[in-house]
Design a protein around this ligand. Structure first.
Ligand SMILES: O=P(O)(O)O[C@H]1O[C@H](CO)[C@@H](O)[C@H]1O
Length: 324
């Protein structure tokens, strides 16, 4: 691959991060200039092989557990567990409520892998590194990504404990010029310029709505727009007002980079936010209107049963439809 190095000179790369002196006319940035932000395909393949060989399983569904939602991985049967520290070239989880374990096993008859711990931009990882595990999932055989998160509710109709099925997002980090797809594009994953309309699978959203009805929680299930900010600070009132004006229903600091990476490599995406706090959109002196991570995790713990049931039943649907 041809690219510019950090000095602005034209350089070439063999896809491993090393210049090889050959030119094919495509311009890409030099891997070495990006300090390991972009993982070469071969490294991702090595990680995927480590997991599939180590577990003896090829998962079809990948689950990313949001803050305090690690219990989504605890319902997996006959699990094989890999601590992130022991997976070669894997980042480590640094946030409370994100255990840092990869769990592979069976859920409702399907082979699934779950990340008990995601990576956030505010932890200091570049976005490409934050969402690298999604590519690992892809090379492990995953076709469906379930991304879950804890989020603040901006839509005034949302209550704490509600579930918002994501049907779209506003990528504030993207507005600021940041993307997990920045850097050289490897077409083995996907195209240079992927389209993101219809990123959130409508069939899965509709199935989840039906599941919500049979669970008797339809009045607590919404379909809405999520926005990701960089964090780790929570938002100001003015920012929350601006997000609401943009049509955002819930706000968090994750998920969007994972969805972009999953769609780039053509995975089907289902994502939901558990509303862990209501965002104040008017000025007030009340301390209890300030978001805090303890409250986020406490609400997630309280609502873990409903979240687990939703996920398990959707997995069952996918698995039984594939089998029939
Ligand atoms: O999005 P998840 O990982 O669920 O976590 C959310 O909760 C944390 C803030 O309380 C932030 O990390 C935010 O993104």
């Amino acid at each position: 691959m041809t690219g510019y190095n950090s000095n602005g000179e034209v350089a070439t790369s063999n896809g491993n991060g090393h210049s090889n002196g050959h030119s094919n006319g495509h311009k890409t940035a030099d891997y070495t200039a990006q300090e390991n932000a972009t993982y070469p395909y071969e490294v991702i393949q090595e990680i995927a092989d480590f997991i599939t060989k180590g577990s003896g399983m090829r998962p079809k569904i990948g689950i990313i557990c949001g803050s305090g939602l690690g219990s989504l991985a605890e319902i997996i049967q006959d699990p094989k567990i890999f601590e992130y520290e022991k997976i070669p070239n894997f980042p480590v989880s640094t946030v409370e409520g994100h255990a840092g374990k990869l769990v592979i096993g069976t859920l409702e008859g399907a082979t699934v892998m779950a990340m008990q711990g995601r990576f956030h931009f505010y932890e200091g990882y570049p976005l490409a590194k934050c969402s690298m595990p999604v590519r690992v999932m892809k090379l492990c055989g995953v076709e469906y990504l379930f991304a879950t998160n804890a989020a603040g509710g901006i839509n005034p109709r949302y209550a704490v404990g509600d579930i918002m099925l994501m049907h779209d997002h506003v990528n504030m980090l993207g507005f600021a010029g940041n993307s997990p797809l920045q850097g050289p594009n490897d077409p083995r994953f996907g195209p240079r310029f992927p389209a993101l309309v219809n990123s959130y699978n409508k069939e899965l959203i509709n199935k989840a709505i039906e599941i919500g009805k049979t669970m008797g929680i339809e009045s607590n299930v919404h379909v809405g727009v999520y926005s990701c900010l960089g964090g780790p600070n929570y938002e100001t009132i003015a920012e929350l007002k601006a997000l609401r004006m943009m049509g955002v229903d819930a706000v968090g600091m994750s998920t969007v980079h994972e969805v972009i990476t999953a769609r780039h490599c053509d995975m089907k995406v289902f994502a939901f936010s558990l509303i862990t706090n209501k965002c104040a959109t008017e000025y007030s002196d009340k301390k209890d209107e300030e978001a805090n991570h303890e409250e986020v995790m406490a609400v997630a713990k309280n609502r873990q049963k409903a979240c687990c049931e939703l996920v398990a039943r959707l997995v069952r649907e996918i698995h039984s439809n594939a089998a029939s």
